[in-house]
Design a protein around this ligand. Structure first.
Ligand code: SF4
Length: 441
């Protein structure tokens, strides 16, 4: 039996310029079935023509796995169609199929989807493969949705959810299963992911983590994390991204991990993570230790700078943390980028973030997007050029971006000055290209 697991090719283009990371979840799934069958992972999110690539390689696979968040789901269906035409069965997993399984099961999409692995996938996927190898029905496999008998079109059967695995039961990711190993970077350094924990006990209203994992926080042993970092390095990584849901939920443990990195002489690697502002603000000692271990980038979940919105989002306690968190990172020469959520019910021009897929009581979706686009143009100005840390930490990447963007901006400025085009024209152009950080400066 041969399995192919595909990453989602739909990426956020502004982010893709800065970092493109291989999919860790698929490598973890592969590790849980590679003793049963042949399994390959294709991280197709860096390919120019991913559909052609999939068409070229898919023949001969019995089962094709696809993962999708909501904005990636339609393309996953297109790839499922290619897989079905090749004669393979399809299995969907990830956030969107998990959270919308009932709806998908009743929809026409279900004709392209043989199975849905809901929630944490490793054990469910393994049992599905075992059942297929034994020629048995998937009835009773916890966490699985499937068609029973001639059930296509009548809705899928949804087996009860599966309890979470103990971390000791989760195998190390199988990076050797990857078919595509180049083209993954953070700035100009090859990157890979290593997870140190799963889940989060907080209940922020906008977040889907607790719908996947409940409000549970499971920690991998520090020894396993170090072993995994070594494996990622052996596979070519010079930079490590920790994609944990909330790595700072236990600040003392993160400090111990940093010390273990130092003790294992792994400070030559460049570490990055996502973290809540309150976690990073909670301990200067922790952030100093992160700097010592080699962290050079943190994506901070600031969510909003507006107290009213933080309360609305379920993060009311965090209102004073963002500034302190940024200061702690700045003191350690760590690049900080922040995530802000715009489009909350009461937002007006004062409150907005980056990508809009919502309208507010005061602004249409298009206005939300246009204002945030203008704000980006104002943010990435000469002051940003002067003070940002990226240029010091990744000078080659920075110089190549300047060479790419300087003529582009010069042309826009000229066209604006001559009155040939307006800011709205440029906005529409960026909207169509999917890169919204360009602006006009
Ligand atoms: S702290 Fe982060 S991971 Fe936890 S629920 Fe809130 S947004 Fe989600």
């Amino acid at each position: 039996m041969k399995l192919l697991l595909l990453s989602s090719p739909v990426v956020q283009l502004d982010f893709d310029r800065i970092a493109r990371v291989p999919n860790l979840g698929l490598a973890s799934l592969a590790a849980h079935v590679d003793d049963l069958c042949t399994v390959h992972v294709a991280d197709i999110h860096g390919l120019k023509n991913h559909r052609e690539y999939v068409k070229k390689i898919v023949n001969g696979y019995d089962l094709v796995g696809l993962t999708a968040m909501s904005f990636q789901y339609q393309e996953a269906l297109a790839l499922a169609k290619i897989a079905k035409l090749s004669g393979a069965e399809t299995v969907f997993g990830g956030y969107h199929p998990t959270l919308a399984a009932e709806e998908i099961g009743k929809s026409g999409d279900a004709a392209l989807i043989d199975f849905i692995v809901r929630g944490e996938g490793e054990a469910t996927f393994r049992e599905l493969v075992q059942a297929k190898l034994a020629g048995k029905s998937p009835r009773g496999i916890l966490g699985l949705s499937y068609h029973e008998g001639e059930g296509i079109g009548k809705g899928m059967v949804h087996n009860p959810p599966r309890p979470l695995l103990k971390v000791e039961e989760i195998r190390m990711p199988k990076r050797d299963a990857r078919l595509l190993t180049r083209g993954f970077y953070s700035f100009d350094v090859p990157i890979d992911c290593v997870e140190t924990s799963r889940g989060c006990t907080q209940g922020c209203k906008f977040c889907s983590i607790n719908l996947m994992y409940g409000r549970r926080f499971r920690r991998f042993s520090i020894e396993r994390v170090i072993e995994d970092i070594l494996d990622a390095e052996a596979h070519g990584a010079g930079s490590i991204f920790f994609p944990d849901d909330n790595i700072t939920l236990d600040p003392k443990r993160l400090e111990r991990l940093c010390q273990a990195i130092i003790d294992a002489n792994l400070t030559h690697l460049r570490y990055k993570t996502q973290a809540s502002a309150s976690g990073i603000a909670s301990s200067k000692q922790l952030v100093d230790k992160m700097g010592e271990a080699g962290f050079d980038g943190v994506f901070l979940g600031v969510e909003s700078i507006n107290k009213r919105n933080l309360e609305f989002l379920g993060k009311g306690k965090m209102s004073n943390d963002a500034e302190k968190a940024v200061q702690n990172l700045q003191d350690n020469n760590i690049i900080d980028s922040t995530g802000l959520i715009g489009g909350n019910h009461d937002d007006d021009e004062e409150d907005l973030g980056l990508h809009a897929n919502l309208r507010t009581r005061h602004l249409s979706e298009e206005e939300v997007q246009f204002i945030t686009w203008q704000m980006n143009a104002r943010y990435y100005d000469y002051e940003w050029l002067r003070y940002n840390k990226v240029k010091r930490l990744y000078p080659r990447w920075f110089a190549s971006e300047i060479r790419r963007l300087a003529p582009f901006y010069a042309r826009r400025k000229l066209e604006l000055a001559l009155g040939r085009r307006t800011a709205r024209d440029f906005f529409q152009e960026d909207l169509a290209s999917g890169e919204l950080c360009k602006g006009v400066t």
